[in-house]
Design a protein around this ligand. Structure first.
Ligand code: ATP
Ligand code: MG
Length: 198
């Protein structure tokens, strides 16, 4: 029966730190696609960011847990962190399928900027078999599936949040506020662990 199938959103990211742009995108897609849950998956060492220093995985994981704790539909997975090495989305999707068994449908949520780069991802054909892709709008980037195979991606407009982790890190480094860009608990975690001090 079709309603036995659990509909699970996957929100992959570096989450260094997680911010309200990520949370709104996940919440909006969950509503529009009738998802049962959204699993946030912080990356291990991100291969696209090999040249930029990234905060320790445990800090990024804990900030993601803090930010999502109050939403019963939101979960956090350690698969990419615990696998070790660079994170490839094909491995994330394979692992989540293995963990959840056959009765799931996965929806991989990605911002317009990441969607643009998707053709450079490893094992693209398999990736599209493992999950349906949902591209969401992000201020400053054009949302288009023009370069992608037909019917592999849905495009969704989400409330515009001109927030990036890069800007949050730069703000902390220069002593500017990140209140209301990231959840309160994340502001406090950043201060407690002295992240992004430059
Ligand atoms: P960084 O500046 O370090 O790259 P980021 O803000 O882009 O951080 P990521 O962890 O790289 O955050 O992004 C994870 C996912 O969330 C990506 O698919 C990205 O496109 C999406 N995303 C990030 N910020 C937004 C936003 N403000 N609106 C919509 N989608 C977003
Ligand atoms: Mg990014």
């Amino acid at each position: 029966m079709a309603d036995d199938i659990r509909r699970i959103g996957i929100m992959g990211g570096t989450f260094d730190p997680i911010h309200h742009g990520h949370l709104v995108a996940a919440s909006e897609v969950a509503d529009r696609f009738g998802l049962d849950e959204v699993i946030f998956v912080p990356t291990g060492q991100p291969w696209q960011k090999a040249d930029v220093p990234v905060s320790p995985a445990e800090d990024r994981y804990l900030m993601t847990v803090i930010a999502t704790a109050s939403n019963p539909q939101f979960q956090v997975s350690r698969v990419d962190i615990d696998r070790g090495g660079p994170t490839y989305t094909v491995d994330t999707l394979r692992d989540l399928h293995q963990m959840h068994g056959p009765k799931v449908q996965l929806f991989f949520i990605t911002g317009a900027d990441a969607l643009e780069k998707i053709l450079s991802w490893k094992n693209l054909n398999e990736i599209f078999e493992l999950a349906h892709f949902i591209g969401v709008t992000r201020p400053g980037f054009a949302l288009t599936d023009a370069h992608l195979p037909a019917d592999t991606v849905s495009l969704v407009q989400v409330p515009a949040m001109a927030i990036s982790s890069t800007d949050c890190r730069a703000r902390v480094a220069r002593g500017a506020p990140v209140w209301y860009l990231v959840p309160d608990g994340v502001v406090q975690y950043i201060a407690k662990r002295r992240l992004y001090q430059g």
